[in-house]
Design a protein around this ligand. Structure first.
Ligand SMILES: O=C(O)CCc1cccc(O)c1
Length: 563
């Protein structure tokens, strides 16, 4: 919602683009067959299209709007997401425009009782978290997609029906100039919480709805306060209201405040009421004295809801169409981007003939597993932010009071920020080699290490599978090189990345201070097999070349059976 007199896309800081309707060839009677159709050109849908394009797969993306989503909505992008965006070649505008941050504070009765710091060091290319309004997120992704010959964006086109058979999916699409049918091998449903695709197949979301409601308001306010997360419980000005504050680019501040159990949500979102509450928060809680302007607001209620299975035949559900998670801990968009990367590389492997369709069966266990993990963590955060019963409220307040008086108890106020999920139980992940004492375990994402001033390990990953091989000077035994060649000849997309402890081979990455070796628990002969989404498929303290075939077969889903 926007202040009276301003249209939905009349922003104080963002120029909403206009995406015209272009008549698709199907309306001219052409019978086309697309490899992948994606419904929804939001951040998750466009990320999936970019991931497919990275592997040479064309897609058509449909969206009913003529611009990006209104309002800033999701605002916190995790390091893991930035690493996904880096692989798509679109990280630079995010890092340039976004506000990086590393810490947050929790206040109880206006006193700081807890400060959390997210892991960060000069070994990382990206901040643990970057704040950026969703309009920019969408704009940057769309700009990148428009550069690709493999992505066709179709605006102002809505889905009115979906059917599927053994060979493909058919969408009925409504446009300003008539309806048409669109045929595709596979469909990615990225059409959000109210997914038309999910409804067309009558697939229910299951889980919980939380009681508490929040107002989410963006204001423009010049302030030198650093970019941090601030959570206020029982402030003197608003003792019954939990408040969250985040800084965004362009002097925009996100203020989330809880509504009391007796407050009428409809009245709460009336402009005059929003202004009165925000004024109190800006002056008495944030202690800012400058003038502020109201930009946008919305009402929010937390859910932990998910589909039973994110795969439905030739349809994969990604992002909010598959699951709704609470905002607390910033897992919604970040989880959706990881869905897009996961579904994207797997679908590309299948369509490129490198894997059977059964590889797609691993999408739901991996990403639904991640969602259930989010439910466990975000559920705790949500009960802390919006206690569902009087009993919970009493316990929450007791924990805060304990933290108020005792440093040892301050961890109760930890907001549990998002961390990337480890696919340890995945059918694609090989059991760990017990020889390791450090390094990312199988299923976890690779960790970054600095190699030079503007040079990091993750900058060097291939688009397919990467075998990171550690040695003294970059040497690799001939049997392993032959094995890799043989696997490539069989169609596996595998790249060798050599990491040397000593100089001598200029094609190998050099780890002069030994931090990369240490971070990976590596010795000469150690190897990690990384999937296209940077998750570790397997690792060996000393790689026996014959072991590589099994790990790669497993990681590409061949052990899952099928044709
Ligand atoms: O800091 C948090 O836990 C939530 C931050 C957030 C994320 C998305 C929307 C929003 O209003 C706040």
């Amino acid at each position: 919602m926007r202040p009276a007199g301003r249209a939905e896309t009349d922003s104080l800081y963002f120029d909403y683009p206009y995406f015209p309707f272009v008549r698709p060839p199907e309306l001219e009677g052409q019978a086309l067959r697309h490899r992948v159709a994606i419904v929804g050109a939001g951040p998750v849908g466009v990320t999936a299209a970019l991931e497919l394009a990275r592997h040479g797969i064309a897609s058509v993306v449909l969206d009913d709007k003529a611009t990006v989503n209104d309002g800033s909505r999701a605002i916190c992008i995790s390091r893991h997401s930035l690493e996904i965006l880096q692989q798509l070649g679109v990280d630079v505008p995010f890092a340039e425009k976004g506000l990086g941050w590393t810490q947050g504070r929790t206040y109880f009765r206006d006193r700081e009782i807890y400060r959390f710091r997210m892991p960060h060091s000069d070994q990382e290319r990206f901040y643990p978290m970057v704040n950026l309004q969703q309009q920019y997120i969408e704009q940057f992704l769309i700009d990148k997609a428009e550069e690709s010959e493999l992505i066709e964006l179709r605006w102002q086109q809505s889905i009115t029906g979906v059917t599927q058979g053994d060979a493909g999916v058919t969408l009925t699409v409504s446009t300003p100039e008539g309806d048409y049918r669109l045929a595709a091998d596979y469909l990615l449903a990225a059409d959000g919480a109210r997914s038309a695709v999910r409804k067309a197949f009558s697939l229910p979301l299951r889980g919980e709805a939380y009681e508490g409601r929040y107002v989410i308001a963006d204001v423009r306010l010049a302030s030198v306060f650093p970019t941090e997360r601030r959570a206020f419980f029982h402030s003197h000005a608003l003792p019954d209201t939990t408040i969250l504050v985040h800084k965004q680019p362009d002097d925009i501040w996100r203020i989330d405040y809880q509504l009391g159990p007796d407050e009428d949500p409809e009245q709460a979102v009336e402009e005059a009421n929003i202004r009165a509450k925000v004024e109190l928060i800006v002056r008495e809680v944030m202690h800012e004295s400058d003038a502020w302007e109201l930009e946008w607001w919305s009402l929010y209620k937390a859910y932990t809801l998910a589909l039973d299975d994110y795969r439905h035949g030739r349809v994969l559900f990604i992002g909010d169409s598959a699951h709704l998670v609470p905002i607390f801990g910033v897992r919604g968009l970040n989880n959706g981007l990881a869905d897009a990367a996961n579904a994207g590389w797997k679908l590309a492997c299948v369509l490129n003939g490198q894997a059977s369709d059964r590889l797609l069966d691993s999408y739901s266990p991996e990403r639904r597993g991640a969602t259930l993990d989010v439910f466990a963590n975000a559920g705790k955060s949500t009960r802390f932010m919006t206690p569902p019963t009087r009993g919970y409220a009493l316990m929450r307040d007791a924990a805060l009071a304990l933290a108020y008086h005792n440093d040892y108890a301050s961890g109760f106020a930890n907001p549990r920020q998002v961390t990337p999920y480890t696919y340890a139980e995945s059918p694609l992940t090989l059991a760990d080699d017990i020889g390791f004492e450090a390094g990312p375990v199988p299923g976890a994402p690779l960790i970054n290490r600095r190699l030079g001033e503007n040079d990091f390990l993750l900058d060097h990953l291939a688009s397919g599978f990467t075998l990171l091989h550690f040695s003294g000077t970059g040497e690799v035994e001939p049997a392993l090189l032959q094995r890799i060649e043989a696997l490539r000849a069989k169609g596996f997309d595998l790249t060798l990345l050599r990491i040397a402890r000593e100089p001598g081979d200029e094609d190998a990455l050099l780890d002069p201070d030994g931090r990369l070796f240490a971070g990976y628990g590596a010795a000469s002969g150690t190897a990690y097999l990384a999937r296209p989404d940077r998750h570790v498929a397997a690792r060996w303290k000393t790689l026996d070349p014959a072991a590589l075939d099994h790990a790669l077969n497993l990681a590409q889903g061949w052990a899952l059976g099928g044709e």
